[in-house]
Design a protein around this ligand. Structure first.
Ligand code: NAP
Ligand code: MG
Length: 409
């Protein structure tokens, strides 16, 4: 069998625990036998991050900026327990946080839809992707608990020494609470750009929601910046056959629940926090949730939305059989391969990635699935596959499809 040639490299970031075990199996059984791609390898596993004082994470982010496409395994974000468990020099920061900051990126979470794992919401037939603005608002705020009467003001003191600006928040007669929040035009603009880039790339309509009827200045700024960015790229969006809509958040929620899905919903920070969990549980399982970090200038980093599945890893280490779902990890690889093919003008690579995805979906729809899905599938299968067995079943199906000429023509 001749392997498909990729023109340019993909940045590969290895990770930790159970997902590190799945990682090698997926790569060896579903990628290498079929595709000749140069993988620029960075080991983001915790021991290597510790050994390099986390320089390996920074190097990986730089590599993504060079090659534009990366695929990442789940990694441990160390806390005090992990510092002891791995005898770390210190609690290194979250690799995802580092990558997001260095790439100035937005994270999009998209569920994988399979027919026999029905969503909780009956009308959802296509994935709903959530793009969450990951800067500011409630997550970077100043708060006070007020116990005595008094006046709260917002005061802006210009750095150039000119006259301060002030406005009254509230005159308290009785105890209460107050919070000050902020955001930045640059951050909102980057977010809008990343959302448009992703919507165009996935050919999905784009929603942005806020509450500018109430928050005319704050939410109004978000709405205004989105409108400017959409205007600047309307030709690109028209060519992709997609439209943009601004919706009030309550209207967006009502419409999302009644919709068939198939759109990108750009959310403000808090809304995205809430809606991404609502959509994730509405679609079924963490093992079916993919995630991609998109930078405003068009770099793409793909991964599964779940973590390193620690509990399963400890069982694996004890020599027990595991049933960990590799679907989202496989889709991280196919996302990266498809994007590589698209950017390089090698449609055969993109077609291959789609064939892998089809093979995964058909495997699950044929009743072969891991335990997390077996518990919620309809009909429920009599047995479930173990971690290895699921990947082997996908590999066998993929191989027979390729041998039957699925990639020819
Ligand atoms: P997790 O790894 O996502 O796992 C939580 C639970 O969800 C698992 O114990 C398992 O439930 C279920 N689950 C998640 N993914 C699954 C899969 N693919 N197949 C089957 N079941 C799956 O979250 P966590 O336990 O909170 O975090 C573990 C480590 O991952 C932490 O060190 C954290 O820092 C890291 N983490 C990394 C990322 C990332 O790199 N993007 C994201 C989140 C967390 P059962 O045990 O009930 O089977
Ligand atoms: Mg949340």
């Amino acid at each position: 069998m001749t392997r498909i040639q990729a023109k340019n490299p993909i940045v590969e970031m290895d990770g930790d625990e159970m997902t590190r075990i799945l990682w090698t199996m997926v790569k060896d059984q579903l990628v290498h036998p079929f595709v000749d791609v140069k993988l620029e390898y960075y080991d983001l596993g915790l021991p290597e991050r510790d050994r390099t004082d986390d320089a390996v994470t920074v190097a990986a982010a730089e590599a993504i900026k060079r090659h534009r496409v990366g695929v990442k395994c789940a990694t441990i974000t160390p806390n005090d327990d992990r510092v002891k468990e791995y005898s770390l020099k210190k609690a290194w920061p979250s690799p995802n946080g580092t990558l997001r900051a260095m790439l100035d990126g937005t994270v999009f979470r998209k569920p994988i839809v399979v027919r026999n794992v029905p969503p909780m919401v009956r009308s959802w037939q296509k994935p709903i992707t959530i793009g969450r603005h990951a800067y500011g608002d409630m997550y970077k705020s100043a708060e006070m608990r007020l116990r005595t009467p008094g006046k709260v003001e917002l005061v802006f003191t210009p750095a150039d020494g000119s006259e301060p600006q002030r406005t009254t928040v509230f005159e308290f007669k009785t105890p209460g609470v107050v919070r000050g929040v902020h955001n930045l035009d640059d951050s909102i603009r980057s977010f809008a750009r990343a959302c448009i880039t992703y919507a165009v790339s996935e050919r999905m309509n784009l929603w942005f929601s806020g509450k500018d009827t109430i928050s005319k200045t704050y939410h109004g700024a978000f709405r205004g910046i989105f409108a400017q960015e959409v205007e600047a790229r309307k030709a690109e969006m028209a060519a992709a056959g997609i439209v943009y809509e601004y919706l009030l958040i309550d209207d967006a929620v009502a419409r999302a629940v009644r919709s068939q899905g198939g759109f990108l919903w750009a959310c403000m920070n808090y809304d995205g926090d809430v809606m991404s969990d609502m959509v994730a549980s509405g679609f079924g399982s963490l093992g079916l949730m993919t995630s991609v970090l998109v930078s405003p200038d068009g770099n793409f980093e793909y991964e599964a939305a779940h973590g390193t599945v620690t509990r399963h890893y400890y069982a694996h280490q004890r020599g027990e059989s595991t049933s960990t779902n590799s679907t989202a990890t496989i889709f991280a690889w196919t996302g990266a391969l498809a994007k590589r093919g698209e950017l390089d003008g090698t449609p055969e690579l993109t077609r291959f990635a789609q064939l892998v995805e089809q093979s995964v979906i058909e495997t699950i729809e044929s009743g072969v699935m891991t335990k997390d899905l077996a518990l919620i599938a309809d009909p429920r299968p009599a047995t479930h596959a173990d971690s290895q067995g699921f990947i082997a079943a996908v590999a066998a199906r993929l191989k027979s499809r390729v041998e039957a000429g699925a990639l020819v023509g």
